[in-house]
Design a protein around this ligand. Structure first.
Ligand code: GLA
Length: 399
């Protein structure tokens, strides 16, 4: 459930800023990917869940002249107030929306453009928003912002989108307005998350399969390294291109269609690095399917081993980990099952951000304490750790 305090805070911000209560409130969650990393843009499987961290927007139609000093602006622009950074984006919606300033507004602009491209007229709106999804932590704060915007626009324009179309519209916003050639995982889970379930998503057919995750004896811990290495998005695009190169050499439409045997046979035909990237993707797709089976069977040691294997592959073959993420995974592995940890891996795009650990529920407090202390000793940095149940996807909370 979306915390009522958060909704109340955003509502209050709106009322303070705009001088009247909001007409609508919409929310969308961030996500953590349990396994299946860098597989979405290879048509593979992913296994994320929505987390209990949200972007929440409160809004109303803009008044014709909300402020005498700004008379005349009310009819054509959306005024979007980021209540955390105390910054407002003004977006002219009487013309096709384009990229602009501030930078964060591009996620919102991209979604607005997507609605306009579907022939939907966006009314002038006043919006205030807050997010509890850590920024730049690999927990899809950007997808939460996009999906929240889309959910708000659905209720404000009356144009209800099919959930798949909604996720794809938001993904396009990320590609064209934020310049990140991401796959479909983040936007899908933010739209389609279900309480107490992971989502096994076939990124080729877009078929979704809910995997119950409600065994009270286990919990998922999210460990934010609090580092973000700037090479992130450029390297992401590079990995994507390397996967395409590998698929081309293997003569398949995407790495989803390749096998470990075929890759081995073709080893001599490709650069070592391209080989390693493909080896990660092929192995990770298989691990993801096995992990879903393991979760259905509550076979936690097996799921944990698959998570460690995923991390090693991301670290060594895909090269998207970093020293801080490796430190967290090493600490978790040292604790072991005796210490309450089944498995741990980096999650999301990589180069910083978060790790996710599958742990015994009754050991959460001890494990968090130990990881915090050892991470500080090893890196000199403070980690932020929290646990989350699988949460529901985007919703309109007031209409
Ligand atoms: C980012 C992208 C996703 C996915 C992951 C890696 O989060 O937005 O589409 O590719 O990286 O699994």
């Amino acid at each position: 459930m979306i915390p009522p305090e958060l909704t109340a805070r955003v509502s209050k911000q709106f009322t303070q800023t705009c001088g009247r209560p909001p007409r609508w409130i919409a929310a969308a969650p961030g996500r953590v990917n349990v396994i299946g990393e860098h597989t979405d843009y290879n048509d593979g499987f992913v296994l994320p869940m929505a987390i209990e961290r949200y972007t929440v927007m409160a809004a109303d139609f803009a008044l014709a002249a909300p402020n005498p000093a700004k008379a005349g602006e009310g009819g054509s622009s959306c005024s979007i107030f980021d209540a955390h950074f105390k910054e407002t984006a003004t977006i002219d919606v009487s013309v096709p929306v384009t990229r602009g300033e501030p930078k964060w507004s591009n996620y919102i602009r991209g979604v607005m453009a997507g609605f306009q491209q579907r022939g939907v007229k966006i009314p002038a709106l006043d919006v205030a928003f807050l997010s509890t999804v850590p920024l730049g932590g690999g927990l899809s704060s950007s997808a939460a912002l996009e999906v929240c915007t889309a959910t708000l626009l659905e209720v404000a324009t009356g144009k209800q989108l099919d959930p798949v179309e909604k996720a794809l519209l938001c993904q396009k916003a990320e590609h064209e307005f934020a310049g990140v050639p991401c796959g479909i995982m983040d936007q899908f889970i933010s739209v389609m998350g279900r309480e107490n379930h992971l989502l096994l998503l076939d990124c080729r057919s877009r078929q979704t399969d809910l995997v119950p995750m409600n065994d009270p004896s286990v919990a998922l811990l999210i460990i934010n390294t609090n580092v973000k290495h700037e090479l992130g998005s450029g390297e992401y695009a590079k990995r994507r291109a390397e996967c395409e190169t590998a698929a081309k050499i293997l003569g398949v439409p995407s790495l989803r269609d390749a096998t470990a045997e075929a890759l081995e046979e073709a080893r001599g035909k490709m650069e070592g690095m391209v080989f390693c990237r493909a080896r990660h993707v092929i192995g990770e797709i298989e691990r993801t399917v096995h992990a879903a089976e393991g979760i259905r069977a509550s076979n936690w040691p097996t799921v944990g081993q698959l998570m460690y294997a995923s991390h090693r592959s991301l670290r060594d073959d895909y090269e998207v980990s970093c020293a801080e993420l490796d430190a967290v995974v090493d600490i978790a592995e040292d604790l072991g099952i005796q210490g309450g940890v089944y498995g741990c891996r980096m999650t999301g795009g990589g180069f910083g951000g978060c790790a996710v650990a599958l742990v015994k529920a009754d050991a959460v407090a001890d494990i968090s304490k130990k990881i915090s202390a050892d991470y500080l000793t090893k890196t000199g940095l403070a980690a932020t750790i929290f646990s989350s149940r699988p949460a529901a996807g985007a919703a309109v909370l007031k209409s």
